[in-house]
Design a protein around this ligand. Sequence first.
Ligand code: F6P
Length: 323
Amino acid sequence: MKKLALLTSGGDAPGMNAAIRAVARTALYNGLEIFGIRRGYQGMIDGDIFKMETTSVSNIIQRGGTILKTARSKEFLTLEGREKAYRQLKQHDIDGLVLIGGDGTFKGANVFFKEYSLPAVGIPGTIDNDIAGTDYTLGFDTAVNTAVEAIDKIRDTAEAHDRIFIVEVMGRDAGYIALNSGIACGAEDILVPEQASDINVILERIGNDKRRKKLVNIIVVAEGDDFGGADALRIKIMEHLPELDVRSTILGHIQRGGSPSYFDRVQASRMGYAAVNALVSGQTQVMVGLENQEIIYTSFDHAIKQHAPLDMKMLEMAKILAS
Ligand code: F6P
């Protein structure tokens, strides 16, 4: 293996730049040439490929977003698109890939490998933390910290007005951000896509809280919850309890941006380093992951399976602690 290419794909996540830095520097240390591909698989199809030097990744470890830019490519889902992508890689004599992204990224890599047998190693990068085969994905820690900071601020104003606040956090299919930010902020309720939500249970709890003069309620809801997010839930609550002062806030994409936490930077560095070492030692179609703080490798086939279930005992605990 002489020439590696690197891309970021899917939703960006804080820590991706730290991983790019680690991949580029480890590749160069091993005497390999390293190429950056801009805008994920779409850039591969379009031939947006450039040679990276050690200075290409200077001063990026602390930056959010991704210097390689990212995209969700519809064209790569087609046979023709993947064929174009392969031709572009061959023109540059690329003989190995490092892919940073979520399960969509690894699904794409898996199909591509079956068609063209190009060695590839993945690094899990998504704020959702919803990939099987790793306890943790890059960006999750920073995103939860961003959500926690915002929810703490919301609690200040909620206290001042005795209000109920519903805060929507990201997570289309996964409740990890909601669960962890909710626990960290002492949320009175946490609603996640992994569990059906019952409006009667929510109303009963709010009613009980009101009777014992607990007037402030913070409800953290993941965007993929079956209520359809914070606004839908606010309307439902106000229909039943019109006398209450209820507000909703959608945190949105601020959770994706910002300087990565120390934890994201360190894990990104470890994963980037491990990804190149894996390719150099002949591993392919594996994703680097973290299990009990140790680096592990798991096949793409496993990584793209349903993510590990949320720990429902933690939801139970959160309710008891906030009661
Ligand atoms: O996958 C990360 C994520 O931020 C999800 O939490 C969210 O549902 C989705 O991406 C939003 O995607 P987009 O930026 O394309 O709207």
